[in-house]
Design a protein around this ligand. Sequence first.
Ligand code: 5GP
Ligand code: MG
Length: 473
Amino acid sequence: MLEASLKEECGVCGVFGHRDAGHLVYLGLTSLQHRGQESAGIVSWNGRMNRHAGMGLVFDVFKKENLQTLRGHAAIGHVRYSTHGSSVIKNAQPLLVSTPYGQVAVGHNGNFTNAEILKKKLELGGAIYQTTTDTEIILHLIAKSKKNNLPEAILHSLKRVEGAYSLLFACDRDSHNKPGSMMIAVRDPYGFRPLVLGRLGSSWVVASETCAFDLIGAKTEREIEPGEMIIIENNRNYKSVRLAERPTRSSMCIFEFIYFARPDSKIFGKSVYEVRRELGRQLAREAPPPPNIHSVIAVPDSSVVAALGYAEQARLPFEIGFIRSHYVGRTFIEPSKPMRDFRARIKYNPIRESLKGKSVVLIDDSIVRGTTSRKLIRMLRDAGVNQIHMRISSPPIVGSCYYGIDTPTTSELIASSHSVKQIRDFIGVDSLSYLSIEGMLRAAKGSTNQYCVSCFSGKYLTKIYQEESGKQS
Ligand code: 5GP
Ligand code: MG
């Protein structure tokens, strides 16, 4: 089943031309941890390729002895989170295989929307799958491609792939297919997911977000553009190649700004912090607070920046309403329902002293299933809060994401089947308002010609293939 097996959230990081490449990638991955907490892996190369991957957080997966094996002047790494079924070690990335172009490793952020169809075709042609990831498909396509070298094989293979991909490849041969070393970064023609190129002294660095650069002291060179492939073979320069297709529009995921990316990152050429704060201001313009509100509070951490923007615009004090435990993962992350329920409580606790008898505006960045919100509201009521006016710094999520954000199936999204009034009653607030799609785009200073808003509009840019039937919608 497409929705059940292939959805994942991820982050990638690579370093080329540095004697501590493996260690630097390890550090970079820790700052991309928010993009995936289920598994982590690194491939480094020093003539031969070394790989270590495991389940869990970056700090748990890599011990001193593992890092010592990750020698070499170059390394790529990956953090991953996926839904049911595929939460197993064999799916941890980077994947590493032998191909006609030498040893090739790949880490992928995104989602191939035609994965199931390609997979079946390849299976009929004799392919045997080692994992249940869509990422493995690209390796099969490469292995079969009969080209002169890896960059050509990648270009050729990507012609058959639809959807979202920011990919990072490692190879123990050069672009002449001779023993050597090469790192390749590619972003899909629509640029759904971010990918940034940086410089650390004379070394090259690639990462999903610039916060990884800050940690290792690298400087941002530039965004890797939608539809661009960057081939790095030495410390001096890189080669940039366009993928054949060049659409007239891009489709960068606006949800990266709303929730997913870290506020200290710059992605899609913009500061996540500034966009997120503006989302909050815009929300206050569209859905101002009722009279007699004492304070604006946030659901930490993801909505704090938007709440600051809202409070600023509404001229209300921002208060801390909840303390979030940082020693448990994100609630949403836990695949089974009973665990998720339990986790909301261990993750958030209201501060009674700041809330008792008060009327508040509560900001959250999004409502997905509505179950976390409902529990948080109950906690606020128990803490003696008078009125709760909830404001959401994104529009209602009405459609599942097929491009690399792990939203649940459409039927599980509360806004796909409930009106705002019904959601208000379900979560138990005195009033509820969402940001408009237009307001959201204004805050991100762009239009639907630049940003993907599919989860808010229910309209998809690429074909979405339905489950087993292979039907298109
Ligand atoms: P709900 O009330 O819908 O159960 O949960 C809403 C919360 O889920 C919000 O606080 C939001 O920050 C968080 N959230 C929204 N989208 C995602 C996502 O794609 N992944 C994770 N891990 N959390 C999300
Ligand atoms: Mg949140």
